[in-house]
Design a protein around this ligand. Structure first.
Ligand code: PGA
Ligand code: ZN
Length: 431
């Protein structure tokens, strides 16, 4: 028998990009007498959806309450139950983890402890077979279609990720009109640096927000889009051909007492929808994420009916990578794309199930980082295997670039195609 067996799990804390501690889990797997070790560092969100799996923090004095020593202890507890078991079936491993936790939202052991173990084991097993992780995932996704994903790069930050007055959280560039991944990244980096120059020329700050995008003191999404269009054109590219714009509104973060607080004023969903309409009319908008609150299904539905043939409508806080919520969306014709974050649901196999469910129903999937990130680049492999888009912040700061750089390695060493059909998709959508 040459099946991989779990021999050890070690969890330590390391620092994320916001100087908060997070878990790194190492899995030790034995196969054919050899030990293979791999690890995963769990990311952490700030605009977390109400329905996300629970990230276990100590809530004690250390690290302003954000310590993870309880989660670290829980990894030892997990080891006691998985030691010396076969770990070559991710669905089986994750089933055991979910059972050990026993809660609906992974609040007993913590989604951070569970996810750390789930992914670290899968990566160590892939190593024991000597295959890259994106190929190993094919056993479970049944997808052998490998593409370099189209990046959505957040170059102007607002919302809870920045100290400015922009209500919307993310303004992204989407390099759709390029023939390969490397050219797409090169052009995006050029646009990023042009934007920096333009902001400076306008007397605005070029300091950055949590995801590496600039956080100038502006307060209008129209102004943000203007700056981006100018940066694209000044660099020598065409907006609406080479680059499109994506927005993550993260509307749950400014929804108070049944109103959306836009420009410091409470507005209703209709007024917010008018703002989106103006943006869609004036700029080459590719997608809008979380246009409404995570409980405001009716507004989502109305918006989807109106715009589903024009843009991607992405559910992040709405779906939280959760199959039940994605199913509700599918059954009610709500949104047409799903943001995928491993730690929203808390295991690798549940993440894969969410992706497969979305794909099977014609919903696009976007594999996403969190605002609190590290050098870990595992999500790049997940994006290559079974998704066509990746969102990892600006093409700046190493915790963001670690994902794009891993994709550049995959591009250069495996010579995969860029997901250029994305361009076809949007041109169909826009006509
Ligand atoms: P978060 O933000 O990681 O702070 O949740 C990312 C997003 O909303 O997409
Ligand atoms: Zn989001």
């Amino acid at each position: 028998m040459f099946r991989p067996v779990l021999k050890d799990l070690k969890a330590i804390w390391v620092l994320d990009s916001r100087s908060n501690p997070t878990l790194e889990v190492f899995a030790y797997v034995q196969r054919k007498g050899n030990i293979y070790i791999d690890s995963f560092i769990v990311p952490s969100g700030a605009s977390t959806g109400e329905f996300e799996a629970l990230e276990l923090r100590d809530n004690e004095k250390d690290f302003h309450g954000k310590g993870v020593s309880k989660a670290i202890k829980n990894v030892s507890f997990i080891l006691d139950h998985l030691f010396n078991t076969y770990v070559d079936d991710i669905f089986e491993v994750d089933r055991k983890l979910i059972e050990l936790d026993g809660s609906k939202n992974k609040s007993n052991l913590g989604a951070n402890a569970i996810l750390g173990v789930s992914v670290a084991i899968a990566k160590a097993v892939a190593k024991s077979y000597d295959i890259p992780f994106f190929k190993y995932l094919s056993f479970w996704t049944k997808s052998y279609d490998y593409y370099l994903p189209v990046p959505m790069m957040n170059i102007i930050n607002g919302g809870v990720h920045a100290d400015n007055d922009l209500d919307f959280q993310e303004f992204m560039i989407v390099p759709l009109g390029f023939d390969n991944f490397s050219n797409a990244i090169k052009a995006s980096s050029e646009v990023y640096n042009t934007l920096k120059k333009i902001l400076k020329e306008n007397g605005l700050s070029t300091s950055v927000g949590d995801e590496g995008g600039f956080a100038p003191k502006i307060d209008s999404p129209f102004k943000a889009c203007e700056f981006i269009i100018t940066a694209i054109e000044k660099t020598g590219y065409k907006a609406g051909k080479d680059f499109f714009i994506s927005l993550d509104v993260a509307a749950s973060s400014f929804f108070k007492n049944n109103k959306y607080i836009y420009s410091k004023n409470p507005v209703d969903y209709k007024e917010l929808m008018n703002i989106y309409e103006k943006l869609i009319l004036n700029y080459p908008i590719f997608s809008i994420e979380d246009p409404f609150d995570e409980n405001d299904w009716d507004s989502w539905k109305e918006f989807t009916n109106k715009y589903k043939s024009k843009i991607l409508i992405v559910g992040d806080d709405l779906f939280v990578t959760n199959i039940e919520r994605i199913e509700k969306g599918i059954n009610n014709n709500i949104a047409n794309a799903v943001l995928i974050k491993l730690n929203q649901i808390g295991t690798l196999s549940e993440t894969i199930k969410a992706i497969s469910l979305a794909n099977a129903n014609g919903y696009k999937t976007i594999i996403s980082h969190r605002s609190g990130e590290t050098e870990d680049n595992t999500i790049s492999h997940i994006a290559v295997n079974n998704s066509y888009f990746i969102k990892s912040g600006a093409p700046a700061r190493s915790e963001r670039n670690s994902k794009y750089n891993e994709l550049l390695r995959i591009y250069n060493f495996y010579n995969l195609n860029y997901y250029s059909q994305a361009y076809k998709t949007i041109s169909i959508i826009q006509n």
